[in-house]
Design a protein around this ligand. Structure first.
Ligand SMILES: NC(=O)c1ccc[n+]([C@@H]2O[C@H](COP(=O)([O-])OP(=O)(O)OC[C@H]3O[C@@H](n4cnc5c(N)ncnc54)[C@H](O)[C@@H]3O)[C@@H](O)[C@H]2O)c1
Ligand SMILES: O=c1ccn([C@@H]2O[C@H](COP(=O)(O)OP(=O)(O)O[C@H]3O[C@H](CO)[C@@H](O)[C@H](O)[C@H]3O)[C@@H](O)[C@H]2O)c(=O)[nH]1
Length: 480
Protein backbone atom coordinates (compact mmCIF):
# COMPACT_ATOMS: atom_id res chain seq x y z
CA UNK A 1 0.00 0.00 0.00
CA UNK A 2 1.35 3.44 -0.97
CA UNK A 3 1.74 5.65 2.09
CA UNK A 4 1.36 9.41 1.98
CA UNK A 5 2.25 11.73 4.83
CA UNK A 6 1.34 15.42 4.82
CA UNK A 7 3.21 17.78 7.13
CA UNK A 8 0.83 20.60 8.11
CA UNK A 9 -2.82 20.02 9.00
CA UNK A 10 -4.07 23.48 8.02
CA UNK A 11 -6.54 24.89 5.50
CA UNK A 12 -4.68 23.15 2.68
CA UNK A 13 -3.18 20.01 4.24
CA UNK A 14 -6.42 18.90 5.94
CA UNK A 15 -8.92 19.19 3.05
CA UNK A 16 -6.46 18.11 0.31
CA UNK A 17 -5.44 14.95 2.11
CA UNK A 18 -9.02 14.14 3.09
CA UNK A 19 -9.98 14.25 -0.59
CA UNK A 20 -6.96 12.12 -1.64
CA UNK A 21 -7.96 9.57 1.01
CA UNK A 22 -11.57 9.57 -0.20
CA UNK A 23 -10.69 9.21 -3.88
CA UNK A 24 -7.84 6.71 -3.39
CA UNK A 25 -8.98 3.98 -0.96
CA UNK A 26 -5.82 2.01 -1.74
CA UNK A 27 -3.57 4.76 -0.34
CA UNK A 28 -2.99 5.33 3.37
CA UNK A 29 -2.85 9.02 4.24
CA UNK A 30 -1.48 10.47 7.49
CA UNK A 31 -1.77 14.20 8.17
CA UNK A 32 0.67 15.36 10.84
CA UNK A 33 1.16 18.63 12.66
CA UNK A 34 3.17 20.02 15.57
CA UNK A 35 0.02 21.68 16.91
CA UNK A 36 -1.70 19.40 19.42
CA UNK A 37 -5.00 21.33 19.53
CA UNK A 38 -5.26 21.24 15.72
CA UNK A 39 -4.78 17.47 15.55
CA UNK A 40 -7.18 16.90 18.46
CA UNK A 41 -9.78 18.93 16.59
CA UNK A 42 -9.23 16.98 13.36
CA UNK A 43 -9.90 13.81 15.36
CA UNK A 44 -13.09 15.24 16.89
CA UNK A 45 -16.58 16.19 15.65
CA UNK A 46 -15.59 19.87 15.69
CA UNK A 47 -13.04 20.17 12.85
CA UNK A 48 -10.53 23.02 13.23
CA UNK A 49 -11.68 24.74 10.04
CA UNK A 50 -15.13 25.52 8.66
CA UNK A 51 -15.43 24.38 5.06
CA UNK A 52 -18.72 23.27 3.48
CA UNK A 53 -18.69 19.52 2.71
CA UNK A 54 -15.47 18.82 4.63
CA UNK A 55 -17.15 17.07 7.58
CA UNK A 56 -18.69 14.52 5.26
CA UNK A 57 -15.43 13.70 3.49
CA UNK A 58 -13.50 13.36 6.76
CA UNK A 59 -16.18 11.18 8.34
CA UNK A 60 -16.11 8.79 5.37
CA UNK A 61 -12.39 8.00 5.63
CA UNK A 62 -11.08 8.97 9.07
CA UNK A 63 -9.84 5.87 10.88
CA UNK A 64 -9.92 3.84 7.62
CA UNK A 65 -7.22 5.26 5.37
CA UNK A 66 -7.04 8.80 6.78
CA UNK A 67 -5.27 9.53 10.06
CA UNK A 68 -4.42 12.74 11.94
CA UNK A 69 -1.44 12.60 14.27
CA UNK A 70 1.20 14.61 16.11
CA UNK A 71 3.69 11.79 15.68
CA UNK A 72 5.34 13.65 12.84
CA UNK A 73 8.59 11.70 12.65
CA UNK A 74 7.02 8.23 12.65
CA UNK A 75 4.66 8.99 9.77
CA UNK A 76 7.30 10.81 7.73
CA UNK A 77 9.70 7.88 8.16
CA UNK A 78 7.06 5.41 6.94
CA UNK A 79 5.83 7.43 3.94
CA UNK A 80 6.63 6.98 0.25
CA UNK A 81 5.38 10.45 -0.63
CA UNK A 82 5.70 13.38 1.81
CA UNK A 83 3.65 16.50 1.12
CA UNK A 84 4.84 19.65 2.87
CA UNK A 85 1.93 22.00 3.48
CA UNK A 86 3.25 24.20 6.27
CA UNK A 87 2.59 27.92 6.47
CA UNK A 88 4.84 30.30 4.51
CA UNK A 89 3.93 33.74 5.88
CA UNK A 90 5.53 37.03 4.96
CA UNK A 91 8.83 37.61 6.80
CA UNK A 92 8.34 40.11 9.59
CA UNK A 93 11.99 40.71 10.49
CA UNK A 94 15.42 40.83 8.90
CA UNK A 95 16.34 40.68 5.24
CA UNK A 96 13.28 41.06 3.02
CA UNK A 97 11.00 41.86 5.99
CA UNK A 98 7.49 42.76 4.89
CA UNK A 99 7.87 41.11 1.48
CA UNK A 100 9.88 37.89 1.31
CA UNK A 101 8.33 34.55 2.26
CA UNK A 102 9.39 33.23 5.66
CA UNK A 103 10.62 29.71 4.97
CA UNK A 104 11.50 28.87 8.59
CA UNK A 105 8.72 26.26 8.89
CA UNK A 106 9.58 24.80 5.52
CA UNK A 107 13.27 24.51 6.31
CA UNK A 108 12.66 22.85 9.67
CA UNK A 109 10.29 20.37 7.99
CA UNK A 110 12.92 19.60 5.32
CA UNK A 111 15.65 19.05 7.92
CA UNK A 112 13.35 16.75 9.89
CA UNK A 113 12.57 14.72 6.74
CA UNK A 114 16.31 14.31 6.12
CA UNK A 115 16.90 13.29 9.75
CA UNK A 116 14.21 10.63 10.08
CA UNK A 117 14.14 9.09 6.59
CA UNK A 118 15.43 5.56 6.14
CA UNK A 119 14.01 4.94 2.64
CA UNK A 120 13.74 6.86 -0.65
CA UNK A 121 10.99 9.48 -0.76
CA UNK A 122 9.20 11.86 -3.04
CA UNK A 123 8.95 15.23 -1.28
CA UNK A 124 6.14 17.41 -2.61
CA UNK A 125 5.99 21.19 -2.15
CA UNK A 126 2.32 21.87 -1.50
CA UNK A 127 2.90 25.19 0.26
CA UNK A 128 3.19 28.28 -1.91
CA UNK A 129 6.90 29.07 -2.06
CA UNK A 130 9.23 31.45 -3.89
CA UNK A 131 10.48 30.21 -7.25
CA UNK A 132 13.68 28.16 -6.77
CA UNK A 133 12.72 26.94 -3.28
CA UNK A 134 12.90 23.34 -4.53
CA UNK A 135 16.60 23.89 -5.19
CA UNK A 136 17.17 25.00 -1.59
CA UNK A 137 15.16 22.07 -0.27
CA UNK A 138 17.10 19.67 -2.48
CA UNK A 139 20.33 20.99 -0.98
CA UNK A 140 19.08 20.50 2.59
CA UNK A 141 17.88 16.98 1.83
CA UNK A 142 20.92 15.81 -0.12
CA UNK A 143 23.45 17.29 2.34
CA UNK A 144 21.83 15.44 5.22
CA UNK A 145 20.49 12.35 3.49
CA UNK A 146 22.95 9.60 4.43
CA UNK A 147 22.71 8.39 0.83
CA UNK A 148 18.90 8.20 0.69
CA UNK A 149 17.38 9.32 -2.61
CA UNK A 150 14.90 12.20 -2.56
CA UNK A 151 12.98 13.58 -5.50
CA UNK A 152 11.47 17.04 -5.05
CA UNK A 153 8.24 17.95 -6.80
CA UNK A 154 6.29 21.18 -6.89
CA UNK A 155 2.54 20.63 -6.71
CA UNK A 156 1.00 23.99 -5.78
CA UNK A 157 -2.57 24.08 -4.53
CA UNK A 158 -5.21 26.26 -6.18
CA UNK A 159 -8.22 25.64 -3.91
CA UNK A 160 -10.09 28.66 -2.59
CA UNK A 161 -11.48 28.70 0.93
CA UNK A 162 -15.22 28.27 1.23
CA UNK A 163 -15.22 26.11 -1.92
CA UNK A 164 -12.26 23.87 -1.06
CA UNK A 165 -14.14 20.58 -1.43
CA UNK A 166 -15.72 21.26 -4.85
CA UNK A 167 -12.41 22.80 -5.98
CA UNK A 168 -10.55 19.64 -4.97
CA UNK A 169 -13.15 17.29 -6.46
CA UNK A 170 -13.16 19.18 -9.72
CA UNK A 171 -9.95 21.17 -10.14
CA UNK A 172 -9.43 23.39 -13.22
CA UNK A 173 -5.99 21.80 -13.32
CA UNK A 174 -3.47 19.93 -11.21
CA UNK A 175 0.07 21.19 -11.70
CA UNK A 176 3.11 18.99 -11.10
CA UNK A 177 6.66 20.23 -11.59
CA UNK A 178 9.72 18.03 -11.37
CA UNK A 179 13.30 17.59 -12.49
CA UNK A 180 13.65 16.64 -16.15
CA UNK A 181 15.83 13.60 -15.34
CA UNK A 182 14.69 9.94 -15.55
CA UNK A 183 14.28 9.84 -11.74
CA UNK A 184 12.47 13.20 -11.75
CA UNK A 185 10.09 12.09 -14.50
CA UNK A 186 9.37 8.85 -12.62
CA UNK A 187 8.45 10.82 -9.49
CA UNK A 188 6.17 13.12 -11.52
CA UNK A 189 4.47 10.01 -12.93
CA UNK A 190 3.98 8.56 -9.42
CA UNK A 191 2.22 11.71 -8.21
CA UNK A 192 0.23 11.94 -11.43
CA UNK A 193 -1.10 8.44 -10.74
CA UNK A 194 -2.45 9.58 -7.37
CA UNK A 195 -4.46 12.43 -8.92
CA UNK A 196 -5.49 10.29 -11.90
CA UNK A 197 -7.82 8.41 -9.53
CA UNK A 198 -10.31 11.23 -10.09
CA UNK A 199 -8.82 14.03 -12.22
CA UNK A 200 -8.99 13.61 -16.03
CA UNK A 201 -5.52 13.16 -17.49
CA UNK A 202 -5.72 16.22 -19.74
CA UNK A 203 -6.20 18.39 -16.66
CA UNK A 204 -2.97 17.23 -15.05
CA UNK A 205 -0.22 19.54 -16.28
CA UNK A 206 3.36 18.35 -15.90
CA UNK A 207 6.19 20.84 -16.19
CA UNK A 208 9.57 21.68 -14.71
CA UNK A 209 10.03 22.73 -11.08
CA UNK A 210 10.55 26.45 -11.65
CA UNK A 211 7.56 26.85 -13.97
CA UNK A 212 5.30 25.10 -11.45
CA UNK A 213 6.52 27.25 -8.55
CA UNK A 214 6.20 30.48 -10.52
CA UNK A 215 2.80 29.57 -12.01
CA UNK A 216 1.27 29.54 -8.52
CA UNK A 217 2.52 33.05 -7.71
CA UNK A 218 1.50 34.22 -11.19
CA UNK A 219 -2.04 32.80 -10.86
CA UNK A 220 -2.62 34.58 -7.55
CA UNK A 221 -1.15 37.81 -8.89
CA UNK A 222 -3.45 37.68 -11.95
CA UNK A 223 -6.52 36.95 -9.80
CA UNK A 224 -5.78 39.74 -7.32
CA UNK A 225 -5.02 42.08 -10.19
CA UNK A 226 -8.53 41.55 -11.58
CA UNK A 227 -10.02 42.57 -8.24
CA UNK A 228 -7.82 45.64 -7.95
CA UNK A 229 -8.71 46.55 -11.54
CA UNK A 230 -12.45 46.36 -10.89
CA UNK A 231 -12.02 48.14 -7.54
CA UNK A 232 -10.10 50.94 -9.25
CA UNK A 233 -13.03 51.18 -11.69
CA UNK A 234 -15.46 51.29 -8.76
CA UNK A 235 -13.94 54.57 -7.58
CA UNK A 236 -14.33 56.02 -11.08
CA UNK A 237 -17.91 54.72 -11.26
CA UNK A 238 -18.81 56.57 -8.06
CA UNK A 239 -17.25 59.75 -9.44
CA UNK A 240 -19.08 59.54 -12.75
CA UNK A 241 -22.45 57.95 -11.98
CA UNK A 242 -21.65 54.65 -13.73
CA UNK A 243 -22.57 51.36 -12.03
CA UNK A 244 -19.64 49.00 -11.49
CA UNK A 245 -21.76 45.86 -11.73
CA UNK A 246 -22.98 46.95 -15.18
CA UNK A 247 -19.41 47.75 -16.21
CA UNK A 248 -18.18 44.33 -14.93
CA UNK A 249 -20.98 42.57 -16.74
CA UNK A 250 -20.26 44.33 -20.02
CA UNK A 251 -16.50 43.81 -19.71
CA UNK A 252 -16.84 40.17 -18.63
CA UNK A 253 -19.01 39.33 -21.66
CA UNK A 254 -15.87 39.57 -23.77
CA UNK A 255 -14.83 35.92 -23.95
CA UNK A 256 -11.18 36.98 -23.85
CA UNK A 257 -11.80 38.51 -20.40
CA UNK A 258 -14.54 36.27 -18.96
CA UNK A 259 -17.10 37.04 -16.23
CA UNK A 260 -15.49 35.58 -13.08
CA UNK A 261 -13.65 37.46 -10.34
CA UNK A 262 -14.92 40.89 -11.35
CA UNK A 263 -16.94 41.72 -8.24
CA UNK A 264 -16.03 45.08 -6.78
CA UNK A 265 -15.59 44.93 -3.01
CA UNK A 266 -14.21 46.67 0.04
CA UNK A 267 -10.94 44.91 -0.86
CA UNK A 268 -9.55 41.43 -1.17
CA UNK A 269 -8.41 39.52 1.89
CA UNK A 270 -7.30 36.00 2.69
CA UNK A 271 -4.00 34.50 3.62
CA UNK A 272 -2.65 34.27 0.08
CA UNK A 273 -3.10 37.21 -2.28
CA UNK A 274 -1.19 39.89 -0.41
CA UNK A 275 1.49 37.50 0.87
CA UNK A 276 2.11 35.95 -2.54
CA UNK A 277 2.21 39.26 -4.41
CA UNK A 278 4.65 40.73 -1.87
CA UNK A 279 6.74 37.63 -2.37
CA UNK A 280 6.58 38.11 -6.15
CA UNK A 281 7.58 41.76 -5.74
CA UNK A 282 10.56 40.71 -3.64
CA UNK A 283 11.66 38.09 -6.17
CA UNK A 284 11.46 40.70 -8.96
CA UNK A 285 13.54 43.14 -6.91
CA UNK A 286 16.13 40.45 -6.15
CA UNK A 287 16.34 39.69 -9.86
CA UNK A 288 16.99 43.34 -10.75
CA UNK A 289 13.50 43.99 -12.16
CA UNK A 290 12.22 47.08 -10.27
CA UNK A 291 9.72 48.03 -13.00
CA UNK A 292 8.09 44.61 -12.81
CA UNK A 293 8.13 44.76 -9.00
CA UNK A 294 6.40 48.16 -9.02
CA UNK A 295 3.78 46.94 -11.46
CA UNK A 296 2.64 44.18 -9.07
CA UNK A 297 3.03 46.36 -5.96
CA UNK A 298 0.31 48.59 -7.36
CA UNK A 299 -2.22 45.73 -7.00
CA UNK A 300 -1.75 45.89 -3.22
CA UNK A 301 -1.68 49.67 -3.12
CA UNK A 302 -5.09 49.81 -4.81
CA UNK A 303 -6.38 47.25 -2.30
CA UNK A 304 -5.23 49.44 0.60
CA UNK A 305 -6.72 52.48 -1.13
CA UNK A 306 -10.07 50.69 -1.43
CA UNK A 307 -10.18 49.94 2.31
CA UNK A 308 -9.21 53.53 3.24
CA UNK A 309 -11.77 54.88 0.79
CA UNK A 310 -14.50 52.81 2.45
CA UNK A 311 -13.60 54.05 5.95
CA UNK A 312 -13.52 57.63 4.70
CA UNK A 313 -16.97 57.26 3.13
CA UNK A 314 -18.40 56.03 6.43
CA UNK A 315 -16.88 58.83 8.47
CA UNK A 316 -17.48 61.68 6.02
CA UNK A 317 -21.11 60.78 5.36
CA UNK A 318 -21.86 60.76 9.10
CA UNK A 319 -20.98 64.48 9.47
CA UNK A 320 -17.24 63.72 9.49
CA UNK A 321 -17.29 62.02 12.88
CA UNK A 322 -18.25 58.61 14.20
CA UNK A 323 -17.01 59.35 17.71
CA UNK A 324 -19.28 57.60 20.24
CA UNK A 325 -21.63 56.39 17.48
CA UNK A 326 -22.60 52.74 17.38
CA UNK A 327 -21.81 51.07 14.06
CA UNK A 328 -22.93 47.51 13.36
CA UNK A 329 -20.34 45.40 11.54
CA UNK A 330 -21.95 42.58 9.59
CA UNK A 331 -19.33 39.99 8.69
CA UNK A 332 -15.70 39.74 9.67
CA UNK A 333 -14.39 36.71 7.70
CA UNK A 334 -12.44 37.53 4.51
CA UNK A 335 -15.19 35.93 2.40
CA UNK A 336 -18.38 33.95 2.97
CA UNK A 337 -18.41 30.28 3.97
CA UNK A 338 -15.19 30.41 5.95
CA UNK A 339 -14.27 31.35 9.49
CA UNK A 340 -10.82 32.48 8.33
CA UNK A 341 -9.94 36.10 9.06
CA UNK A 342 -6.40 36.24 7.76
CA UNK A 343 -5.89 39.65 6.04
CA UNK A 344 -9.66 40.21 6.00
CA UNK A 345 -10.52 43.80 4.94
CA UNK A 346 -12.75 43.91 8.05
CA UNK A 347 -9.62 44.24 10.21
CA UNK A 348 -8.54 47.43 8.47
CA UNK A 349 -12.04 48.89 8.24
CA UNK A 350 -12.71 48.27 11.95
CA UNK A 351 -9.34 49.69 12.90
CA UNK A 352 -10.03 52.81 10.84
CA UNK A 353 -13.41 53.31 12.54
CA UNK A 354 -11.97 52.68 16.01
CA UNK A 355 -9.30 55.34 15.42
CA UNK A 356 -12.21 57.71 14.80
CA UNK A 357 -13.61 56.50 18.16
CA UNK A 358 -16.67 54.62 16.88
CA UNK A 359 -18.44 52.02 19.07
CA UNK A 360 -18.48 48.80 17.06
CA UNK A 361 -20.89 45.90 17.43
CA UNK A 362 -19.56 42.99 15.39
CA UNK A 363 -21.44 39.95 14.13
CA UNK A 364 -20.05 37.10 12.05
CA UNK A 365 -21.68 33.65 11.92
CA UNK A 366 -18.33 31.81 11.96
CA UNK A 367 -15.72 34.00 13.64
CA UNK A 368 -15.20 33.96 17.41
CA UNK A 369 -14.86 36.99 19.66
CA UNK A 370 -11.41 35.80 20.64
CA UNK A 371 -10.23 35.75 17.05
CA UNK A 372 -11.59 39.23 16.31
CA UNK A 373 -9.90 40.66 19.42
CA UNK A 374 -6.60 39.11 18.37
CA UNK A 375 -6.94 40.43 14.83
CA UNK A 376 -7.72 43.99 15.85
CA UNK A 377 -4.77 44.31 18.23
CA UNK A 378 -2.21 42.21 16.39
CA UNK A 379 0.94 44.11 15.52
CA UNK A 380 2.10 43.00 12.13
CA UNK A 381 4.75 44.23 9.81
CA UNK A 382 3.03 47.10 8.06
CA UNK A 383 3.87 47.41 4.44
CA UNK A 384 3.49 51.09 3.61
CA UNK A 385 0.07 50.83 5.24
CA UNK A 386 -2.07 53.99 5.54
CA UNK A 387 -1.82 55.40 9.06
CA UNK A 388 -5.54 55.07 9.81
CA UNK A 389 -5.40 51.33 9.24
CA UNK A 390 -2.71 50.58 11.85
CA UNK A 391 -3.41 48.25 14.83
CA UNK A 392 -5.54 49.59 17.66
CA UNK A 393 -4.40 49.61 21.28
CA UNK A 394 -5.88 46.97 23.61
CA UNK A 395 -7.82 49.75 25.39
CA UNK A 396 -9.65 50.57 22.15
CA UNK A 397 -11.20 47.10 22.43
CA UNK A 398 -13.51 48.62 25.06
CA UNK A 399 -15.22 50.27 22.08
CA UNK A 400 -16.06 46.84 20.61
CA UNK A 401 -18.87 44.43 21.47
CA UNK A 402 -19.52 41.04 19.91
CA UNK A 403 -23.00 39.77 19.20
CA UNK A 404 -24.50 36.63 17.66
CA UNK A 405 -27.18 38.25 15.55
CA UNK A 406 -27.27 40.88 12.78
CA UNK A 407 -30.36 42.52 14.37
CA UNK A 408 -28.56 42.90 17.69
CA UNK A 409 -25.52 44.40 15.93
CA UNK A 410 -27.68 47.05 14.25
CA UNK A 411 -29.97 47.88 17.20
CA UNK A 412 -29.62 51.60 18.07
CA UNK A 413 -26.77 51.90 15.58
CA UNK A 414 -26.23 54.98 13.42
CA UNK A 415 -24.88 52.87 10.58
CA UNK A 416 -24.13 49.34 9.50
CA UNK A 417 -21.21 48.14 7.41
CA UNK A 418 -21.54 44.90 5.44
CA UNK A 419 -18.02 43.51 5.17
CA UNK A 420 -18.59 39.84 4.26
CA UNK A 421 -21.09 38.59 1.68
CA UNK A 422 -22.73 35.94 3.93
CA UNK A 423 -25.93 34.73 2.24
CA UNK A 424 -27.98 35.45 5.37
CA UNK A 425 -27.34 39.19 4.95
CA UNK A 426 -29.25 39.16 1.65
CA UNK A 427 -32.48 38.11 3.33
CA UNK A 428 -32.40 40.29 6.47
CA UNK A 429 -35.58 42.13 7.39
CA UNK A 430 -34.22 45.62 6.68
CA UNK A 431 -37.48 47.31 7.66
CA UNK A 432 -37.06 45.83 11.16
CA UNK A 433 -33.41 46.91 11.19
CA UNK A 434 -34.32 50.44 10.09
CA UNK A 435 -37.03 50.76 12.74
CA UNK A 436 -34.51 49.93 15.47
CA UNK A 437 -31.72 52.25 14.30
CA UNK A 438 -30.87 55.89 14.99
CA UNK A 439 -31.87 58.31 12.23
CA UNK A 440 -30.58 59.11 9.70
CA UNK A 441 -29.80 55.41 9.30
CA UNK A 442 -26.88 54.44 7.04
CA UNK A 443 -25.97 51.21 5.26
CA UNK A 444 -22.44 50.93 3.86
CA UNK A 445 -22.37 47.86 1.66
CA UNK A 446 -18.79 46.73 1.05
CA UNK A 447 -19.89 43.62 -0.84
CA UNK A 448 -22.84 44.79 -2.94
CA UNK A 449 -25.22 42.31 -1.33
CA UNK A 450 -28.21 44.61 -0.77
CA UNK A 451 -30.47 46.29 -3.30
CA UNK A 452 -29.76 50.00 -2.70
CA UNK A 453 -33.07 51.11 -4.24
CA UNK A 454 -35.16 48.91 -1.90
CA UNK A 455 -33.23 50.15 1.12
CA UNK A 456 -33.55 53.77 0.04
CA UNK A 457 -37.31 53.26 -0.19
CA UNK A 458 -37.32 52.12 3.44
CA UNK A 459 -35.49 55.32 4.36
CA UNK A 460 -31.85 54.29 4.58
CA UNK A 461 -28.99 56.34 3.19
CA UNK A 462 -27.09 53.72 1.23
CA UNK A 463 -23.51 53.53 0.04
CA UNK A 464 -22.74 50.57 -2.24
CA UNK A 465 -19.25 50.14 -3.68
CA UNK A 466 -19.07 51.47 -7.24
CA UNK A 467 -22.79 52.32 -7.53
CA UNK A 468 -24.27 55.74 -8.36
CA UNK A 469 -24.05 57.82 -5.19
CA UNK A 470 -26.99 58.69 -2.97
CA UNK A 471 -27.58 62.48 -3.02
CA UNK A 472 -26.56 62.57 0.65
CA UNK A 473 -23.15 61.10 -0.17
CA UNK A 474 -22.65 63.47 -3.08
CA UNK A 475 -23.11 66.35 -0.64
CA UNK A 476 -20.56 64.85 1.79
CA UNK A 477 -17.53 64.08 -0.38
CA UNK A 478 -14.90 61.76 1.08
CA UNK A 479 -11.24 62.65 0.85
CA UNK A 480 -8.69 59.83 0.63
N1 LIG B 1 -5.30 28.70 2.70
C1 LIG B 1 -5.46 28.50 1.42
O1 LIG B 1 -6.56 28.61 0.90
C2 LIG B 1 -4.29 28.13 0.53
C3 LIG B 1 -4.55 27.71 -0.78
C4 LIG B 1 -3.47 27.34 -1.59
C5 LIG B 1 -2.18 27.36 -1.08
N2 LIG B 1 -1.96 27.76 0.20
C6 LIG B 1 -0.57 27.69 0.71
O2 LIG B 1 -0.46 26.47 1.46
C7 LIG B 1 0.40 26.65 2.59
C8 LIG B 1 -0.31 26.28 3.87
O3 LIG B 1 -1.39 27.17 4.03
P1 LIG B 1 -2.52 26.92 5.13
O4 LIG B 1 -3.55 27.98 4.90
O5 LIG B 1 -2.92 25.50 5.12
O6 LIG B 1 -1.69 27.23 6.47
P2 LIG B 1 -2.11 26.90 7.98
O7 LIG B 1 -1.41 27.89 8.82
O8 LIG B 1 -3.59 26.75 8.07
O9 LIG B 1 -1.49 25.44 8.24
C9 LIG B 1 -0.12 25.18 8.32
C10 LIG B 1 0.09 24.13 9.40
O10 LIG B 1 1.46 23.71 9.37
C11 LIG B 1 1.85 23.38 10.70
N3 LIG B 1 3.32 23.33 10.78
C12 LIG B 1 4.20 24.35 10.64
N4 LIG B 1 5.47 23.88 10.74
C13 LIG B 1 5.38 22.54 10.95
C14 LIG B 1 6.34 21.51 11.12
N5 LIG B 1 7.65 21.76 11.07
N6 LIG B 1 5.90 20.25 11.33
C15 LIG B 1 4.56 19.97 11.37
N7 LIG B 1 3.61 20.91 11.20
C16 LIG B 1 4.01 22.19 10.98
C17 LIG B 1 1.21 24.47 11.54
O11 LIG B 1 1.09 24.08 12.89
C18 LIG B 1 -0.15 24.64 10.84
O12 LIG B 1 -1.16 23.85 11.44
C19 LIG B 1 0.88 28.11 2.51
O13 LIG B 1 2.11 28.13 1.83
C20 LIG B 1 -0.19 28.78 1.68
O14 LIG B 1 0.32 29.89 0.98
C21 LIG B 1 -2.99 28.12 1.03
O1 LIG C 1 -14.58 39.12 -7.65
C1 LIG C 1 -14.05 39.00 -6.54
C2 LIG C 1 -13.51 37.78 -6.07
C3 LIG C 1 -12.92 37.73 -4.82
N1 LIG C 1 -12.86 38.83 -4.04
C4 LIG C 1 -12.19 38.77 -2.72
O2 LIG C 1 -10.89 38.23 -2.89
C5 LIG C 1 -10.48 37.54 -1.74
C6 LIG C 1 -9.95 36.15 -2.08
O3 LIG C 1 -11.01 35.35 -2.53
P1 LIG C 1 -10.80 33.90 -3.15
O4 LIG C 1 -9.75 33.98 -4.18
O5 LIG C 1 -12.11 33.40 -3.57
O6 LIG C 1 -10.34 33.05 -1.87
P2 LIG C 1 -8.92 32.46 -1.40
O7 LIG C 1 -9.23 31.33 -0.50
O8 LIG C 1 -8.05 33.56 -0.91
O9 LIG C 1 -8.27 31.81 -2.72
C7 LIG C 1 -7.21 32.43 -3.45
O10 LIG C 1 -5.96 32.14 -2.85
C8 LIG C 1 -5.68 30.73 -2.73
C9 LIG C 1 -4.38 30.61 -1.96
O11 LIG C 1 -3.26 30.72 -2.75
C10 LIG C 1 -5.62 30.11 -4.11
O12 LIG C 1 -5.34 28.72 -4.01
C11 LIG C 1 -6.95 30.34 -4.84
O13 LIG C 1 -6.87 29.82 -6.16
C12 LIG C 1 -7.25 31.84 -4.87
O14 LIG C 1 -8.54 32.07 -5.44
C13 LIG C 1 -11.70 37.50 -0.81
O15 LIG C 1 -11.57 38.52 0.17
C14 LIG C 1 -12.86 37.81 -1.75
O16 LIG C 1 -13.94 38.41 -1.09
C15 LIG C 1 -13.39 40.05 -4.48
O17 LIG C 1 -13.33 41.06 -3.78
N2 LIG C 1 -13.97 40.09 -5.72
Amino acid sequence: MVKICCIGAGYVGGPTMAVIALKCPSIEVAVVDISNPRITAWNSDQLPIYEPGLDDVVKQCRGKNLFFSTDVEKHVAEADIVFVSVNTPTKSQGLGAGKAADLTYWESAARMIADVSKSAKIVVEKSTVPVKTAEAIEKILTHNSKGIEFQILSNPEFLAEGTAIPDLFNPDRVLIGGRETPEGLKAVQALKEVYAHWVPEEQIICTNLWSAELSKLAANAFLAQRISSVNAMSALCEATGADVSHVSHAVGKDTRIGPKFLNASVGFGGSCFQKDILNLVYICECNGLPEVANYWKQVIKINDYQKSRFVNRVVSSMFNTVSGKKIGILGFAFKKDTGDTRETPAIDVCRGLLVDRAQLSIYDPQVSQDQIQKDLTMVKFDWEHPVILKPVSPTALKQVTFVWDAYEASKDAHGICILTEWDEFKTLDFQRIYDNMQKPAFVFDGRNVVDPKKLQQIGFIVYSIGKPLDQWLKDMPAVV
